[in-house]
Ligand binder design. Sequence first.
Ligand SMILES: *Cc1c(COP(=O)(O)O)cnc(C)c1O
Length: 193
Amino acid sequence: MPKIIAVSKTFEEKDIIPLVEYGHDHFGENKVQEAFRKWSKIRALKKDFNLHLIGNLQSNKVKTAVSIFDYIHSLDSLKLAEKIAKEQNLQKKKLKLFIQVNIGNEPQKSGINESELSDLIIFCKDLNLDIIGLMCIPPNDQNSIKYFKKMNELNNKFNLTELSMGMSSDYLNAIKNSATYVRIGTNIFGQRN
Ligand SMILES: *Cc1c(COP(=O)(O)O)cnc(C)c1O
């Protein structure tokens, strides 16, 4: 069974807390500052859930990110890997990490290109980072199945067990291609402004 990350970006604590109290155990945010503001308060109430960073991570936010998140899905460069490793040592924490792959080779999108993936994985293992799988946000071109297939092949090739892909509109196809974490916002919380 894939795990469902309830993506609560833009929603406030009052919308999120009922789901936390119900016992849902995976939540996702895409901005570090917003997550810090909301989830520091929620953690004061309850602690037994996992918080995922699913959006871009700038290196000047790594310190805060390591302090509040349990998973990061957006590791996509050697520089970021080094920074995370350093910050984890300082904070004596070890997060679970996904490497984000720019699976459609889109110039405007973050994520590492497939051709550089192998080097990044080796680099992360040398840093003793806990890389659990790959993550993607496929191109918005109605061909997500093709990209999900590709991601599943890459995950197998590198012997990774977890695969983060699929959102409200395409999660069923992601699951058919072995996604283990789907990231669902709109279908859980409603439309964002
Ligand atoms: C917002 C977001 C989601 C959730 O999108 P929905 O279409 O609302 O389900 C999933 N993944 C990432 C990276 C996001 O930024």
